[in-house]
Structures are given as structure tokens and as C-alpha cells.
Design a protein around this ligand. Sequence first.
Ligand code: 6PG
Length: 252
Amino acid sequence: MTESTRYRCQVVADPAALAEVAAERVVTLAAAACADHDRFYIALAGGSTPRALYARLAEADIAARIDWSRWQVFFGDERCVPPDDAQSNYHMAREALLAHVPIAPAKVHRIEAELDDPAAAAARYARELEHLPRDVDGWPRFDLVLLGMGDDGHTASLFPDTAILGEHTLPVAAVYVEKLAAWRISLTLPVLDAAANVLLLVAGSAKRAVLHEVMQAPAPLAQYPVSWLMPRPGLEWLVDTAAAADLDPGLG
Ligand code: 6PG
């Protein structure tokens, strides 16, 4: 792991290598959490980069190294669609991982974003987070939050110029994303910053320009929500060479 101006960032060859390195990190972090408090509280992300990690975790050689019985699975964000909709992050995670490993359904806490109005769905999920331990400020504390980054610098469903970026009271909020003409439910920044570990997975040349700006900037760039995440030892970026093409050669 090497240091950018503000973040811990590791550059790996390609999406397959990124899934491999990320899977090893998940195995290590899960074992450490279970050794510490006999549970592993994880929040899954949507997107193709996280999906490749889920598929790797489901493969026998990695899956055999994980005590799935200790996992409590949550989601960092969700689209307001039914759980069997192709757009659903839960649907993606179930197809890529959850249907292939021995996690009891009661330990998978999906965001029921389709059940009623988005604000009510967000409030319901905030109650679901009451299962989690708390950090010193009383925020739900995940052992690991997995995140991706869009080519506009969004992460989870924290999109540029949306009100949810200013949400510092609620752990979960609904957000209407103009460019998608769609509602989303998302963990808010305080919960992302409260997590013991955050693994931010970024792959592909489409992310190249934004990643360069975010990584090399001496201070947060307000137009990119991912740069609002607090730089800290628990925040690890894993990026592939295509996304890192404009970063200083010293990275990775
Ligand atoms: C979502 C995700 C989103 C995703 C990024 C990266 O619901 O869309 O939570 O934040 O992680 O858009 O997605 P890719 O890895 O597919 O680029």
C-alpha cells in the first residue's frame, strides 16, 4: 500500500487482480473482526467492480477461508426497485455471492427500498442498523464498508450536488438523483466515516480523470462526493492501472 497525497491507495494490474486483492483483504478483515467480537458487520456496494469481488469471494478456495456464520450483511445503498429487479443491488449481491455461501437469510439485511415512500424506507433501514455496535459518537460502526466510485465521483448513492451530502444527523437517507430521475436509499457520510474499514474499489479508464483529481488534490474537491470521505488509515483505495493511469508513478 502506498500513500497518495491524502489517501492510502494500492494500484493493481486489472479488475481480476483487484478482485483478488480485495478478496484477501475481506478474508483478513473478517477474521480480525470475528476474533475481536465474534461478528463481521459488512455493508455491500452495488456496481460491476464490487460484483467482481463478490464472485471471487464465492469461489471455493476463498469461501472455505471464511466463517460465514459470523457475517451480518448490510447494504451501503439501494435503488428503489423490487429485490428481484436487475437494477437491485441486493439482487446483484445475491446472484454473485449470497446465493452461493452459507449465510442465513436472517443475517442478510437488505434495504427494503420498494416497500413505501423513500423516506420511510430510509427510516426503516436506520432501525435495522440498530443491530450494529456504535462508535464513540454513537454512529453504527461497520467492520467493513465496501464502496465503488462512479465516473462523476459518486460513492454509494452520494451523488454530486445532492442534499444527502449535508446529512449529518441521520445514518440513512433517501435521495432523489436528478440525472437518473430516480430515488435511492443510502448510508450517509457519518456512517461511512465511522466504519472501522472502508475498501473503495475503482477500475477502468472511465474513472481515470476523476481519480486523478481526487487523489492528487491537496484538499477535498466538493464536486466529487467520494472526496468527502475522511482520509484515515481505515480508508483503503484499491484501483487498477487503467483507472490510475494519470496518478503519480509513486502510487502502487
Ligand atoms: C450503485 C453503487 C455505486 C457504484 C459505483 C461504481 O448503487 O450504483 O452503489 O455507488 O458502487 O457507481 O460502480 P462500477 O464499479 O460499476 O463503476
